[in-house]
Design a protein around this ligand. Structure first.
Ligand code: AMP
Length: 183
């Protein structure tokens, strides 16, 4: 895919994302990603642009964040010849876990990963659907980093630029979002 073809696909995909005002509470512009997955054409286009960024990087594990990171995560993993590892909310993973606490809009929250899911030889791509304030992904990034893996890439389908979630992350990491909205 050349640059112009990629730009064209991204413009099409951006138009397919559905904005739902005031969901789940007044003032939020909710970006509904489900239309991206609904047709073979858009799902395939989205898969193409995501994979274009990560082929040839030696990724061995895609880590998806519950729950919308579980949709494109395994698709990317298969295509990259990598495995898939879930990060989940507390109480869902049955074996021994590492966990990370983080601040949400109201109070604290936790995420967990199985202790035996990653090794020091893994090159990891952490994926979620959307970057808002960045709290969730930053906790996931810290969780994976503490496991001592070789390298970490961070990916989102959508980034809400005005919320400046990317400012939480070290400047030298590769953090990419396919589609940008202001809010
Ligand atoms: P944050 O930790 O603030 O970056 O929030 C990230 C998570 O919340 C993502 O997994 C999204 O699924 C969800 N989220 C936050 N804001 C929105 C929004 N405006 N539209 C859709 N999902 C959102």
């Amino acid at each position: 895919m050349n640059r112009a073809e990629k730009e064209e696909k991204l413009i099409t995909l951006r138009q397919i994302v559905r904005n739902i005002p005031d969901f789940p509470i007044p003032g939020i512009q909710f970006k509904d990603v489900t239309p991206l997955f609904k047709t073979k054409e858009s799902l395939s286009m989205l898969t193409d642009v995501l994979l274009e960024e990560y082929r040839g990087k030696g990724i061995t594990k895609v880590v998806g964040i519950e729950s919308r990171g579980f949709i494109m995560g395994p698709i990317m993993a298969l295509e990259l010849d990598a495995g898939f590892v879930p990060i989940r909310k507390p109480g869902k993973l049955p074996a021994d876990v590492f966990e990370e606490e983080y601040e949400k809009e109201y109070g604290m929250d936790k995420i967990q990963i199985h202790k035996d899911s990653l090794t020091k030889d893994d090159v990891v791509l952490i994926h979620d659907d959307l970057l808002a304030t960045g709290g969730t992904m930053f906790a996931a990034y810290n969780l994976v980093k503490k496991m001592g893996v070789k390298n970490i890439y961070v990916n989102f389908i959508i980034e809400l630029d005005e919320l400046k979630g990317r400012d939480l992350f070290p400047k030298n990491i590769e953090l990419k979002s396919m589609i940008h909205f202001e809010v």
